[in-house]
Design a binder for this molecule. Structure first.
Ligand SMILES: *Cc1c(COP(=O)(O)O)cnc(C)c1O
Length: 361
């Protein structure tokens, strides 16, 4: 007895955890600076931490009311109907729900290249067949409707990431609208705004009204600092009505995550400080890294460093964990998450030293 043939499925490779690296290097975790998974360097909202403590004694009952409350709070925040909010275990969970709701075996989907790897994985789990459109490096990974449409052929789901991970590039709302207009009636454009808080560009939420072919992914993992709790959601067209109730895993988001999410959504001070710090760090890295960097709308910067793996390895030995981008098909690049006002300069200094050492070697 064995699982079904999973050879077409590739395992998800997350950025290394700080505990693993610490064990490996024989140092304490707090001696390391982890800038490899676009996590919030300021920690979670203190209000969320308090809410988790307060809710701990109540985890023996299912999160029915609080699930409804969080859905209502998100709906109010975006001025949509509660039925247009698909709560999910992380933004990743929304990708799965979208696959469940949209894909029949053999349906084709179109993902960017480079891309966040879970689009492809999730689509495959749901019987989808994956094609790619490329973002042109010579054009700074510019995202236009035309770039997507040149590889479009009636796909069921088209994935757009804006701000894009790992390059930082963005697609304008006008381009998204053009894309959705140009694709078939049975195609949905999924706009992933996992980093939506860090850009000054408006959310694709503005395109939802009156359309049934665009949906938006958001998450509390990045800007709200709740990656460890797994809470995200999709904003979907009004016309999709009761699909969520038919496809979601019951109580998609757990009680602690719902309570923390409610508190975090209310904590404007934490969000403001997070965004301000990230924008500062982004500029600091662009100004001070001795490598080519790209404009970024996210809380990270992509840098061309020559041998990404060698640079990430050497930085790691020096206590700075960054993401080597070989798995994104960018082996000469690293992605560095925005740290704090203390850790960002330390990271830049270390990476610059590593670049000199590797150059000399
Ligand atoms: C982090 C991320 C997500 C979702 O992360 P969750 O922790 O599952 O919410 C989605 N898309 C992109 C591009 C991401 O980087």
């Amino acid at each position: 007895m064995q699982p079904r043939d999973l050879s077409a499925h590739t395992p998800y490779r997350a950025g290394e955890g700080i505990e693993e690296v610490a064990r490996d290097l024989g140092v304490a975790p707090d001696e390391l600076i982890k800038l490899s998974s676009n996590e919030n360097p300021l920690g979670p909202s203190p209000a969320a931490v308090e809410a988790i403590h307060d809710a701990a004694e109540a985890v023996n009952t299912y999160p029915k009311a609080v699930h409804t409350d969080l859905t209502a709070a998100i709906a109010a925040k975006w001025d949509v109907e509660p039925a247009q909010v698909w709560l999910s275990p992380g933004g990743d969970g929304f990708l799965d729900y979208l696959g469940r709701a949209m894909l029949a075996p053999g349906d084709r989907v179109l993902v960017p290249d480079p891309a966040f790897s879970y689009y492809e994985m999730s689509a495959r789990y749901h019987g989808g067949v994956v094609d790619r459109y490329s973002l042109d490096r010579d054009n700074d990974f510019e995202q236009t409707a035309e770039a997507v449409l040149s590889d479009y052929d009636g796909h069921r789901i088209v994935y757009v990431t804006s701000p894009h991970n790992p390059t930082g590039s963005e697609m304008s709302l006008a381009a998204m609208e053009r894309l959705a207009d140009a694709t078939d009636e049975e195609t949905v454009v999924m706009v992933d705004e996992a980093y939506g808080e860090f850009t000054t560009n408006p959310s694709a939420r503005r395109l939802l009204d009156g359309r049934d072919d665009i949906c938006v992914l958001r998450t509390l993992s990045k800007s709200r600092g709740l990656a460890g709790l797994r809470v995200g959601y999709g904003l979907v067209p009004e016309g999709w009505a009761d699909a969520y109730d038919r496809i979601n895993t019951p109580f998609a988001v757990n009680k602690l995550a719902c309570r923390a999410g409610l508190a975090a959504l209310d904590d404007d001070a934490h969000l403001e400080q997070t965004v301000e710090t990230a924008r500062w760090a982004r500029e600091y890295m662009q100004d001070n890294l001795d490598a080519h960097t790209w404009e970024s709308g996210g809380n990270y910067v992509l840098a061309a460093v020559g041998d990404g793996e060698a640079v990430a390895d050497a930085a790691r030995r020096a206590g700075i964990i960054i993401r080597d981008c070989a798995s994104f098909g960018l082996p000469d690049c690293v992605r560095v998450t925005c740290g704090t006002r203390e850790t960002t300069p330390q990271a830049v200094e270390t990476i610059n030293e590593v670049l000199v050492e590797l150059e000399a070697a």
